[in-house]
Write a protein that binds this ligand. Structure first.
Ligand code: NAP
Length: 312
């Protein structure tokens, strides 16, 4: 495996322009002992390799050219309501690309880390360990589970990392399901009541922390050819969207009294009510990092609040 063939391991990050891919690419680039390549699709930029991963026939030739030792596959359709409307398109990207990457990895002794989701569980019996029974409630969760099977059945060396709701630096406030709540507060008229879902318990997890976890897993694999399997990583602060909105209120200048807790399940694709992921396997390996939500959020919102004030 790459410990013997590549003195400088080549790490390929798919989806390097995404919410998770950006901090992951940045953190990997900070290491001077790895060669790092990121892929983009719509958000092309100098230094990134462009590929449409839903065109799965193109994947083997693309990987032949780059010859990575480790592929961290983050690219996906991750909006459950989009997946519900377009299950075939979602399967093509989330499962088809994963299968093609895993098959190439099996033939070339590369290691794959596939990013999966807490939505593989139905949310009725938290906390979930990696070996617990899966039961996705929507097309997105099913596609992520099918992607896991594609990786684990391809015969390549692989790890699956399941993560819950992610938040981090955003290009626009509506880029993530967390920061979009601040956007909703900002867009409301002064004194207007804003309903916020208070039904599902989430564990918002910082993308820079997940990047640190992925680096820890990659480094571990480069040292230990037996490392692999299914892992979980999650923040440990339980919150509903209503709880998050109440934390945002003073930061965006909203009167918390205007935020109304909505106890009904969200409309659209069905969601798990509490799919808390037990992260103890990675913790035992000494891999992991947790930034507190309240500490991280002000710096994430700040650039966008300044821009919004100018717009107003
Ligand atoms: N965000 C969450 O709350 C969350 C929660 C649990 C699990 N996850 C999982 O975490 C991973 C990363 O999610 P994310 O939030 O970073 O996603 P994201 O912000 O939506 O980014 C998606 C990435 O995939 C790329 N991509 C989309 N369609 C593509 C295509 N046809 N060909 C090639 N690349 C394509 C995008 O590239 P361009 O932008 O350049 O087009 C982008 O880099 C995903 O596997 C997701 O399922 C996310």
């Amino acid at each position: 495996m790459m410990t013997t063939t590549s003195p400088t391991p080549h790490i390929l990050i798919t989806g390097a322009t995404g919410l998770l891919g950006r901090p992951l690419l940045r953190a990997c680039n900070n290491r001077n002992d790895w060669r790092v390549t990121g892929t983009a699709f719509r958000r092309t930029a100098p230094g990134l390799e462009r590929i449409d991963l839903s065109q799965t026939d193109a994947i083997p030739g693309f990987l032949d050219q780059l010859a990575p030792d480790v592929i961290i596959h983050t690219a996906a359709e991750r909006r459950p309501d989009v997946s519900e409307r377009d299950p075939e398109g979602t399967q093509r990207l989330n499962v088809g690309s994963t299968a093609a990457i895993a098959q190439w990895a099996a033939a070339h002794s590369a290691f794959v880390i596939y990013i999966s989701s807490d939505y593989v569980f139905d949310g009725t019996q938290p906390p979930y360990r990696p070996t617990d029974a899966t039961h996705p409630l929507n097309a997105y969760g099913q596609s992520k589970l099918d992607g896991e099977h594609a990786v684990l059945q391809a015969g390549c060396a692989a790890a699956v990392l399941r993560v819950p709701l992610l938040y981090g630096d955003v290009e626009r406030l509506d880029e993530s399901s967390v920061t979009v709540l601040a956007d909703a507060l900002i867009k409301a008229a002064p004194g207007q009541q804003v309903k916020m879902e208070h039904w599902a318990t989430r564990y918002p997890t910082n993308t820079a922390d997940v990047a640190a976890v992925l680096i820890g897993m990659t480094a571990r694999r480069l040292q230990d050819p037996d490392f692999g399997g299914i892992f979980h990583w999650s923040g440990n602060e339980a919150m509903t969207k209503y709880d998050m909105a109440c934390l945002f209120a003073p930061l965006v200048g909203t009167d918390p009294a205007c935020i109304v807790a909505d106890p009904t399940p969200p409309t659209g694709a069905p969601r798990p009510q509490d799919a808390h992921l037990d992260s103890s396997d990675l913790e035992r390996l000494g891999i992991g990092r947790r930034t507190s939500f309240t500490t991280a959020i002000p710096a994430i919102l700040a650039p966008h609040l300044h821009a919004k004030k100018i717009e107003r």
